[in-house]
Structures are given as C-alpha cells and as structure tokens.
Design a protein around this ligand. Structure first.
Ligand SMILES: Nc1nc2c(ncn2[C@@H]2O[C@H](COP(=O)(O)OP(=O)(O)OP(=O)(O)O)[C@@H](O)[C@H]2O)c(=O)[nH]1
Ligand SMILES: [Mg+2]
Length: 598
C-alpha cells in the first residue's frame, strides 16, 4: 500500500511505484540505480516527495507520497522491539532538486532511530546529488544526527551498507544501557470532533481538557490538541482527510508516539489511523480502561477491569495490534494480572465467561454482606459524584479515615465503608465510591455494575460536586444520567458543593439551580461539615416511618422478616394476629401496606 496524498496520480505510475514492494536490492547497497530511477521519475511526474522505508535485507517495506515539501514517513513496525537502531532506513526525494536534509528529516531520523536518512534531489526527472544523515553519539552522550554530503549517486552506491550500519551500532552499544534506563513519557496528541448536532454535554474544549487530565493521569505528556467540527464522523478515519494530514504533520513534527481520540473508535478506524500515522492510536474508553487497570487493587476491581478490557477488545480485534503492535508496552497495554491481552477471539470468549463466573461468586458474597447490613438496620449513605470532586477527602474527614485522596482522576476504584455517628448519635454507614466521568465507557459501566450499584442500595446519596470547576453544572448532569442508568436516579439526594474555600474575588462560582437539598462545604477547611452532618441526619430520618401492622398468625415468616428489617416498638397479640408498631424504611412500608392498620 502507498500512503499519503495519491490524488491525481495516474494508476500506471502508482502501479510502478507499488511494484517496488516486491523488489529486493542487494543487501549491502544503501540504494540501487533501478530504485532511484523509479523514485526520480515519479517525483518529476507528480512534483511530490516520494519516500520509502527499506529494511536490513534490502526489502522495500513501505512507500509514502507527500507534497513538494514533505512526505509522511511510511510506517515501519517492530520499532519497539529493537533497542538500538530501528533496522530501517528512509530514502526520499526532494522535487526542488536540492538534496540538503530538512530539519524535519533530521528530527524524524533521530526520533525513529533510523539506520540512515537519505534524500535525493531530483531535477528534470534525473537524480542530482544525495545527502545522508545517521545517528551519532555526541560528546555529552546524547544522540544526534550527523549529516554528510552532498554525494554523487555513484559514491553512495559504493558504500557498503552492512559494515556502515555495523559501525554505528558498535558505537551505540555503549549507550544502550543508558537508553534502557531512560523510560520516557509517552508524547500524546489529543483529537476531538464536535458534531454539529451534538448530544454531548460538555463542549469540545472542556472535553479535550478533561481528556488531557486523563492522559496526564495515565502518565503521558500532552503536546498538542486538534479539534474539528463536522456534520458526521468519517467512517474510515473518524476525522476528515485534511485534518488527518494536519495530524500526521503535527505528529511527525512533535515526534508524538500516541494519538488519543476523545470518542470511541471502531476497530477498523483504529487500524486505518495507525496505518497512516504509524503510531499507537487509542480512544477515551481505552485510556480510561488503562487508568482503571493501573489503579485496581482489590481482587474484584482487577477482575472487573480485565473483563471490561476484554469486552472492549473483542469487537476491535481487526484493528488492535496491527501497526507497531502493542508489544512496546505503555498506555493502552496495561492490564491486571500482568497477562498479555489475548488476541484470539475464541480464547477471549472463554476468558470472559470465566471472569464473569468469578465475579458472580464475589458478588454473591457481597449480597450476603448487604443482607447482614440490612439486618443490622443501619442506614447507608453513599458518596457519589464526578471524579476528583472530593468524595474521598470528605469520607476521610467525616470518618477520620485515610482513604487515598489525590488530585488524580479515578483515585478511588474500590468502595470503602465506615461507620459514621451523626449529631443525634444515630449510626450510619458511609460508603466512598468510584467517581463518574463524561463518556464513561459502556463496557466499564457493565463490568463495574456491582460496584457502581452500591449507590442503588443506599438510603441517601451525597452527590459531591466540585464547585470550583467551571463545568460543575454539566458534571452534575453527567452524574445524574449515570445514576439514572444504574437505577438510582430517584434516590433521596443531597447535593454537596465542595471546595468552597477556593472561592475568592477572582474565582466566583455560579451555582446551577437544582431541586434537591443542597449544602456548601469545604472538606479541606471543614467549613460546613457540621451543617452537612445535620442535613444527613434530617434526611435519613425522612426515610423512616412508624406504622402499625397486623400480621395474621399463619404469616409467621413475615413477622420475623419485619423484626429483622425494622425496629419494633410495641408488640401485642390480638384475635386476628400479631399487632406491631414498627419503625422502618419508607420503601418497606409500601411492601407491607396490605397489613397496615394505621
Ligand atoms: N481546595 C480544596 N481541595 C479539595 C477539597 N476537597 C478535595 N480537594 C482536593 O481535590 C482532589 C480530589 O480529591 P479526592 O477526594 O481524591 O476526590 P474523589 O472525588 O475521591 O476523586 P476520585 O476518587 O478520583 O473519583 C484532591 O487533590 C483533594 O485534595 C476542598 O474542599 N478544597
Ligand atoms: Mg476518591
């Protein structure tokens, strides 16, 4: 395949160029005259750069066509596997006739650790001179590109390539150890598309800012953002051709090795993009999964992440792992259990089944705990909210615990429960939970359902909002939508605006209007905490009622269930059955309303 701008090039020329993929040169030659003649000819006819990658066996591995100034570098694989040089050299033409290597050529050679970078000037369909550049270790033990030339083509053909490359590698061996030590951050470019009829809550800039936070949390360095407005997404590449070119250029110029899209990509989009860009392409879902994978601590959390990852991979098998196969490690390849993520469909199905079974077991166990809690009849208060809103900080300050709270997204994955004593001495269980985010991947919601559903069993939700975030109104909507999806949308809720200590003259908060009870606090300065405790007390009380029921004598099981689930205040035996006065949850009262006599 030829990558790049092939528009307007005649088929016969493309065919001739493509035939090079079946051609093999002498392995000791940098280049031979036959290949040069074809490159020069096509360059002349199209007035564009033609660029090829050649491997150590003399085989032409890939071909790219650019414009008159530059060409996207054709992709090469197995880059990550080699430690010293990539094992590929690039030869490209300059339609200007001048063979001097450009800055971009030199940085690309350096960054891709090419065996050699060579440019050939082309004039009137004939090669003029050639320049070469290769890696050299400088005095300060850094790599840089050494440029040589111009040479005539005869001089180039005379060079014995195998011994030439051998020399470079010998020199570099010394530094190999240092390179291995130096684990670099992945350099990422973020890409977002805003559809003209978008349903999305966050606008594109905020969404990309959030994606940046996610990328940083995953350990990447964000070096660029690209956005596009479109009517609909491009089936093959998600973004339009022009944007793709812009992205490829930025990628090459900044030497990014990771592209992250803000929306879910299909398997074939990932494959197409990786093929053109030559680097790893992820989407927001994969990034979030990766963060979850590196955060999961409990057995259940790990199993859930693994399940979500497999479910994400299954429909994308065609796309994942084609170019620069993910053997290189880094973001998007991490998973619990250190297991290499499988690529075989049947095997994945089996693993999914297996994981689901294991998770069911754990869930059953939790179900038991839940029943026991209900028996103890202690009300449950769950902290929910957008990631980084301050849930864990509030949890810690209310219960004097030390759950990890940090300025990272998804710091908490596993729910933690502690007892909390309210000002009226009533005991409740406080649960800290995993945070929500816009565009939370569906596979993740499904895999984490049992964890997320903690909210469903709560008597009261404390919906924590980061009031210092300019997007708080939208974040509230996102949380409400997810709660609804989890079947907890109608729960008794207090909205807690947190971080009010950040409010000052510069930073004024604009609170959205909401119908729920609200409290403003600072978990850091503890302002408003007392007020919050009182609000919890009032709202928990709200949920319980005292009723009088009469249970027929043949319904002994119901009577004992009531004893378990509520607080019996008075019990008396009448002709028709046992009459009890009982304090219990509103939802239960509904259930037993047939026996009610009050
Ligand atoms: N200024 C200020 N910062 C706060 C306050 N509460 C929390 N933070 C900070 O906000 C960041 C996130 O807090 P966490 O408690 O980890 O947030 P979380 O909601 O548990 O986040 P996830 O577990 O990632 O969903 C931390 O850096 C906290 O120190 C507050 O009242 N004021
Ligand atoms: Mg937390």
């Amino acid at each position: 395949m030829i990558i790049g701008n092939i528009e307007g090039i005649r088929k016969v020329e493309l065919d001739r160029l493509e035939s090079l993929l079946d051609y093999r040169m002498e392995k000791d030659n940098i280049i031979d005259e036959y290949v040069v003649s074809i490159l020069a000819d096509i360059t002349e006819k199209t007035n564009r750069e033609v660029s090829i990658m050649i491997d150590r066996r003399g085989k032409i591995f890939s071909i790219g066509i650019g414009d008159s100034e530059s060409a996207d570098l054709p992709p090469i694989d197995s880059l990550a596997k080699r430690k010293i040089l990539s094992g590929f050299r690039n030869v490209h033409t300059h339609p200007s006739g001048n063979s001097t290597l450009s800055e971009l050529d030199l940085t690309a050679g350096l960054n891709l650790k090419l065996d050699l970078m060579m440019s050939i000037g082309v004039k009137d369909g004939r090669p003029t001179m050639a320049n070469i550049a290769y890696l050299k270790v400088s005095e300060d033990e850094q790599f840089r590109m050494e440029e040589k030339g111009p040479y005539t083509l005869e001089e180039i053909v005379d060079i014995n390539f195998s011994s030439f490359v051998g020399e470079i590698e010998k020199q570099m061996n010394v530094l190999q150890y240092l390179i291995e030590q130096n684990v670099e951050k992945e350099k990422a470019i973020l890409v977002g598309v805003e559809l003209n009829q978008s349903q999305s809550l966050l606008d594109i800039e905020s969404s990309l800012d959030e994606l940046e936070q996610l990328a940083i949390t995953a350990g990447a360095e964000v070096i660029g953002k690209i956005e596009q407005k479109r009517d609909k997404i491009d089936k093959a590449f998600y973004i339009g051709k022009g944007k793709l070119k812009e992205l490829a250029y930025l990628r090459q110029k900044e030497n990014a090795n990771l592209i992250i899209f803000d929306d879910e990509l299909s398997g074939s989009q990932i494959r197409n993009l990786e093929e053109v860009l030559g680097v790893k392409v992820l989407d927001r879902a994969a990034l979030i999964l990766d963060i979850f994978a590196s955060r999961a601590k409990s057995k259940e959390g790990k199993l859930q992440v693994e399940l979500a990852q497999l479910k994400y991979r299954l429909p994308r098998l065609v796309g994942l792992g084609t170019v620069l196969s993910r053997t290189g490690g880094g973001i998007g390849t991490r998973g619990p259990g250190e297991k290499k993520l499988e690529t075989d469909r049947r095997h994945i199905h089996r693993q999914i089944n297996d994981l689901e079974k294991q998770l069911k077991e754990i869930e059953k166990h939790r179900e038991l705990q839940k029943n026991r809690r209900e028996k103890g009849n202690i009300p449950i208060v769950s902290l929910v909210g957008y990631t980084n809103a301050g849930k864990s900080t509030i949890f810690n300050s209310l219960t004097e615990s030390d759950v990890m709270a940090e300025n990272k997204l998804f710091a908490t994955l596993d729910p933690t429960t502690r007892q909390l004593v309210l000002p009226n001495q009533q005991k409740v269980l406080l649960v800290d939970t995993v945070g929500f985010i816009n565009k939370l991947p569906h596979d993740l919601i499904n895999a984490f359902k049992s964890t997320l559903e903690e909210a469903k069993y709560a008597d009261l939700l404390l919906h924590i909002v980061d009031a210092s975030n300019p997007e708080m109104g939208k974040q509230i909507m996102v949380v409400k939508n997810i709660l609804k999806e989890l079947g907890a949308g109608e729960k008794n809720q207090i909205v807690v605006f947190n971080k009010i200590d950040k409010q000052n003259e510069q930073l004024q908060f604009t609170y959205p209007t909401i119908k729920e009870e609200k409290v403003k606090i600072s978990a850091l300065s503890k302002e408003g905490i007392e007020h919050l405790l009182n609000k919890i007390k009032d709202n928990i009380g709200d949920n319980r009622r005292i009723v009088t029921l009469k249970i027929p004598y043949d319904k002994g099981n119901i009577l004992s269930a009531l004893h378990e689930r509520g607080k019996v205040l008075h019990e008396e035996f009448t002709n028709e059955g046992t009459q009890i006065e009982i304090e219990m949850d509103k939802s239960l009262i509904e259930k037993y309303k047939n026996y009610s006599i009050s």
